[in-house]
Design a binder for this molecule. Structure first.
Ligand code: 5RP
Length: 224
């Protein structure tokens, strides 16, 4: 979609020679990786790490140099998509099932730039079911604990079976409706054994580029 591509191209302008770049996952991040590939072909010199097997494969096909995590100290900037972003740039991520790797990479990034179309900007998070990555062991018990937090948990399916993440885990899509206290919910989710990570990215994003239908780009920053 054009508005996703516009936001992606704008974000990639922030990448400079010598940077270590985190590559996000999803249909919006796809455009960012393609644009990075275009700039690398033009001579941009960067090293990159990817948040999913899919994004890594795309990057390799575009000759973007992917380096092992052991070879980097820190990540200068990560460009990634989101499923929802509120006014403080708290996010829901994980619609593509890559939230764990995305959060690990975002947490080691000096800057996290989010790219999205206008449909992702919301007043309050939670209309999009919150993805939670859980281990398969005793998942029935973990589901009960998730439901006790006030959601309807649904195990994500794909091709007639349970969806598996790049880490071999399950994704539970938790239908909360409007989430009133994002920080408290994040803490409660981390308190459940069996939960590996959740898709609330609280206070992590530094900038949001929103591609508008009319071709304009809105830039939002959190009020911190
Ligand atoms: O968090 C993600 C993947 O885990 C994606 O960034 C999120 O789902 C947005 O995807 P898209 O750009 O395809 O709408």
């Amino acid at each position: 979609m054009e508005s996703k591509r516009l936001a992606a191209v704008e974000a990639v302008k922030e990448i400079e020679d010598g940077m270590v770049v985190g590559l996000g996952t999803g249909s919006t991040a796809y455009y960012a990786i393609v644009e990075i590939g275009r700039r690398v072909a033009e001579g941009l010199r960067i090293r990159a790490v990817a948040t999913s097997v899919q994004s890594e494969e795309l990057a390799v096909s575009l000759h973007i140099p992917i380096v092992p995590f052991a070879e980097i100290e820190t990540i200068d900037v990560t460009i990634d998509g989101a499923d929802e972003a509120d006014g403080e740039l708290h996010l829901i991520k994980g619609g593509g099932g890559a939230l764990l790797r995305e959060k690990i990479v975002a947490a080691s990034s000096k800057r996290l730039i989010i790219i999205a179309d206008a449909s992702k900007v919301v007043e309050r998070l939670g209309k999009f079911p919150l993805p939670v990555e859980i281990v398969p062991f005793a998942y029935e018990l973990t589901l009960r604990k998730l439901a006790a937090l006030g959601c309807e948990p649904v195990i994500r399916q794909k091709d007639g079976g349970a969806f598996r993440t790049d880490n071999g885990n399950l994704i539970v899509d938790c239908h909360f409706g409007a989430i009133e206290h994002v920080k408290a919910l994040g803490l409660a989710l981390h308190g459940i054994p069996g939960v590996v990570e959740h898709g609330l990215f609280i206070g992590m994003a530094d900038k949001l580029f929103v591609g508008q239908e009319d071709g304009a780009i809105r830039e939002l920053a959190p009020a911190r």
